[in-house]
Design a protein around this ligand. Structure first.
Ligand code: S5P
Length: 428
């Protein structure tokens, strides 16, 4: 394990409780490196410290763990070490069960490079080669690993019942409090934007020229958490368009959300996501994805990310009349989301499809003065979307774009949707 370390020097090692501890101890003594011990629970007596050992702020600490599954233990240790202002870039694990933990840890604010000595696939190959297991066992183990790609353990543990409040109910909770139950850096970022800017408005910027797009983004930027694009309807798309959008997103603190509605097999969506005319993965932090193809679509998209923090929203229900999204379909989408929490951050929906506070529900088909558009679109008001349909975020297109004063309209929608959200959480 020590030989696998990516950097030659560390100031400290920290074993992840509990099996990581004896391994870290051996490394510590053999390499003459100071070691930290992080308790699972702070002891109720004595110094009450969660971490034992001597350290100084800014020291470079290597985490040691035996097996990584969801990454929850590594994650908890990381949080503690970061609170102590230690620098933690790497974790060495003996076995990576390839169930999403290593990928989840590598993203965004977590940014930990997880290096394994063997993966489960390699382990099965070794055991098979030495006649320790047969082909059927190997296949069933790998099938199990593949179908239990579940990083949600991280947050299930964190969100277990506190103070008698049913912390699992999404609708009852503030965006701020939900930041700590998700392990997805972009879901956290979105919750933080919504809480600090006091907005749960996403504007659908369905315009056909870059000038209109930039002008709309400038006007509504201060009032939104997300700018949703259909980039392929622009007649003059260029790299500069994207650069201007990124700048505006940074200035006004909103995220770029491409409504690509990916819906093909994994290998096709990987090419649609990365490369092509729009190179979506390069600039859109979030995208929409249909659940229809099954979870291969998620794996395909993930294969194109290349270490960038990216996420998606699953379209589980549609606002158009006669939509074919049955209850069974919705349940299937929820299952995909639960199994891929390191990529799926929520749903496009028309009802309360999930009470899990990690998932963010976005509801389109919102307008104040209209109920239909003549082409199948159906509208509800911001209040109805938030209070009756359980939306966290409302998506508004023509209601704002076609208003005489789009900025004033954005403020109106924002205020209505945010006060409905406050009403919803206060009512609990
Ligand atoms: O079910 C859906 C899903 C989406 S993402 N219904 C929708 O209308 N949308 C999108 O929301 C749609 O593609 C459009 O960009 C926006 C609604 O626009 P509006 O002008 O009808 O508010």
């Amino acid at each position: 394990m020590w030989a696998k370390r990516p950097n030659p020097d560390y100031d400290l090692v920290c074993g992840v409780a509990y099996t990581g501890l004896p391994i870290a101890t051996v490394i510590s003594t053999k390499q003459e490196l100071p070691m930290l011990i992080r308790r699972k629970e702070s002891k109720g007596y004595g110094t009450k410290k969660l971490v034992e050992g001597n350290y100084e702020e800014g020291q470079n600490c290597l985490m040691i763990e035996d097996v990584i599954v969801s990454g929850s233990s590594v994650y908890e240790t990381l949080e503690t070490l970061k609170e102590l202002k230690l620098k933690v870039d790497d974790a060495i694990v003996f076995l990576d069960r390839e169930q999403g933990g290593a990928a989840a840890m590598s993203w965004g604010s977590m940014g930990v490079n997880v290096i394994s000595v063997v993966t489960m696939t390699q382990m099965m190959g070794i055991l098979l080669k030495h006649g320790c297991i047969n082909q059927a066992t190997s296949e069933s183990v790998l099938e199990f690993v593949e179908s239990h790609n579940d990083t949600s353990i991280v947050t299930k543990e964190k969100s277990s019942c506190k103070n008698g409040i049913d912390v699992m109910d999404r609708k009852k909770r503030s965006f701020e409090s939900r930041t700590s139950v998700t392990n997805h850096p972009l879901a956290r970022k979105l919750f933080e934007i919504m809480s600090s800017k006091k907005t749960n408005l996403c504007v659908a910027a369905d315009v056909t020229t870059s000038a209109e797009l930039i002008s709309l983004a400038e006007k509504v930027g201060p009032h939104i958490c997300l700018l949703k694009t259909h980039i392929d309807i622009l007649t003059d798309f260029s790299k500069e368009t994207v650069e201007s959008l990124k700048e505006l997103a940074a200035t006004h603190n909103f995220m770029l959300f491409e409504d690509r509605k990916f819906g093909d097999i994994g290998s096709t969506v990987a090419s649609q996501y990365s490369g092509g005319a729009y190179n979506i993965v390069d600039w859109a932090e979030l995208v929409t994805v249909h659940g229809l193809p099954g979870d291969g679509i998620i794996k395909g998209l993930m294969s194109a990310i290349n270490g960038r923090p990216r996420g998606c929203v699953l379209v589980s229900e549609m606002s158009s009349s006669g939509a074919l999204t049955s209850q069974e379909y919705v349940s299937g989408c929820c299952k995909i989301a639960e199994n891929h929490t390191y990529f799926v951050i929520g749903f496009v929906s028309q009802s309360n499809v999930s009470s899990d506070p990690r998932f963010i529900l976005l509801t389109p088909g919102v307008q104040l003065d209209k109920s239909v558009d003549g082409l199948g679109q159906q509208y509800v008001t911001p209040r109805a979307a938030v209070l009756e349909r359980g939306a966290d975020i409302i998506i508004v297109g023509r209601g704002i774009r076609e208003a005489e004063d789009p900025e004033a309209a954005a403020i109106k929608y924002k205020e209505e949707a945010f006060s409905a959200y406050l009403e919803r959480i206060e009512a609990q």
